[in-house]
Design a protein around this ligand. Sequence first.
Ligand code: UDP
Length: 256
Amino acid sequence: MNQRRRRIYEGKAKILYEGPEPGTVVVHFKDDATAYNAEKKAVIEGKGVLNNRISEFIFERLNDLGLPTHFVKRLNMREQLVREVEIIPLEVIVRNIAAGSMAKRLGIEEGTALPRSIIEFCYKNDELGDPLIAEEHITAFGWASPQEIDDIMAMTIRINDFMSGMFAAIGIKLVDFKIEFGRQYEGDLVRTVLADEISPDSCRLWDMKTNEKMDKDRFRRDLGGLVEAYQEVARRLGILNENDHGKPAKPTLVKS
Ligand code: UDP
């Protein structure tokens, strides 16, 4: 049964394989962690399994809300089946609380609640270090159409509202997160769908009571305990049993 699959692309934390049917792709979540545009690297055993499961959980909830996503189903501990899309070369960042690059850029103390949620765009280009851009750049250079930007903004606001509530209900503050969108071609039609992943690798998540970081900043800032923090996020979401630890061989799923 160990059929060879065609590898389409290997990124920093994921590998994409050709899917079983045309128009599908298999996403494989690796244990590799990178930060600062891959200047800092490590392998963190169990991270891929947890991100696969957490991202599945969030994408399923968003699909249930009628928000179009690329997600079809989880295949196994490390892989999920998604619809093939053409990735729009933008990183869409939503911020509810100042942190990371924005806190630095604008001299705002990390942890300051923002007067309202702020959506930023970065141009997805590793060589340039994903620079912050304005809507003007996106339309002038044709990275996305004005209609696509409208769709992205509307979906992003819904995603932020949903996720902020979902995390608040389990005692976690959604500080900020990054999402990506793709173009899904259906005959002559193209629709904008949420793609990529949503996991503690792409969100800042702080414990509501202690402000403890439960996200990739544990790796970026050498705080340790990354897998334990991701497990705690999964546990509070009701995904893992108390005894699960996210290591490849063991986690037992509560529901299939
Ligand atoms: N982020 C991401 N991938 C990137 C850049 C940022 O997932 O290439 C996420 C990051 O985890 C955080 C949010 O986007 O939740 C905002 O990141 P920021 O711009 O503050 O950059 P950072 O401080 O992570 O370099």
